[in-house]
Ligand binder design. Sequence first.
Ligand code: SDX
Length: 394
Amino acid sequence: QSGHFTYDPGFTSTASCESKITYIDGDKGILLYRGYPIEQLAEQGDFLETCYLLLYGELPTAAEKADFDMRVTKHTMVNDQMHRFFQGFRRDAHPMSIMVAVVGALSAFYHDSIDISDPQQRMIASMRMISKLPTIAAMAYKYSVGQPFVYPQNSLSYAANFLRMCFAVPCEEYQVNPVLARALDKIFILHADHEQNASTSTVRLAGSSGANPFACIAAGIACLWGPAHGGANEAALKMLEEIGTPDRIPEFIKRAKDKDDPFRLMGFGHRVYKNYDPRARIMQKTTHEVLAEIGDTDDPIFEVAKELERIALQDEYFIEKKLYPNIDFYSGITLRAMGFPTSMFTVLFALARTVGWIAQWMEMIEDPHQKIGRPRQLYTGSPQRDYRTLSQRG
Ligand code: SDX
């Protein structure tokens, strides 16, 4: 009250925008893309079908799907000039730092040729990002391991192409494992969109000023990197490896409950889900499939994760605070089993989430009432006061 602005604490607008794209019921653990349950899309469809659904609002017919797949596949190469961006990075640079920079640099190639007031050109820009993000992500990985970049192969599916660009080497034949490709495709579907999460809100806010979509997606990648958000998959696996064996779980559960300890169970809890994250259920099943395929069904870290989940879900602290595993809890185990280093986990999250960011950006741009975002604040600083000269300050 002392000269500060008063505010009504009851005034908390929970809805930041209207959207037709993704629906979450956090209490029931429901996730729908354009009305379709994530479980059905992940089990019965593929990632490019989900991309079409998120962008156009309907599932594609066979002809529409074939055309969409062709339009994505035909643009998976990047301008060879982009190879030079990588040279400025140390080989041990975190791949997410490369993604922020190189995706932002895409605007240098398309900025002046994309008129975002033209719906057709907006879709072209959007499709270019869906096409090129895997290529850039694979290049970031290859650069980090000191191997030559691998060009995309148009005869492969989206996920298979990405696996090959990451793991093929010029000196021998590379056969994509179809079970791993299918699992990765499913993982991309699970990560495709998630309503107004922090990185999507970042993309919307950046786009509301009229910034070009490539720069907006780069802003989304930067936000996703944080360990409280997309960086949690990397942090969760590191936490599970630190726990190491089931007998050490109680020690970590105790730390997670200790108000004075900043440690939190990574991959647990969610702002919206106060029930089991439906994506985590599918993720755990996919982890089983991948571990069985590579013959590692008794992966000790997977056993630790399942035991940690079992103990936490019976603990009164987690029950009271409605803390459940989220999408990031099991994903790292699966991606590591596929051969990805922890530093690539959030890169894969960004690769998959690009279509959600783009769909949300397009929805925002197409809103005729859309204005530049301008959040307000509650001012708690000094009341107005007069300047004092140095001699007056003592
Ligand atoms: C993603 O928004 C999205 O949709 C994001 C995402 C997407 O698809 O885009 O779903 C992806 O980011 C998933 C979340 C990944 N992050 C993590 O797994 C990091 C660990 N989780 C926590 O940092 C936390 O749960 C958050 C950040 C995810 C959610 O934060 P909230 O909703 O702000 O929860 P909170 O911090 O207010 O926690 C509520 C209470 C607190 O205790 P009190 O202050 O009420 O006493 O629960 C506790 C927290 O201390 N708590 C945890 C915990 N998460 C919350 N305690 C221990 N371990 C945890 N993981």
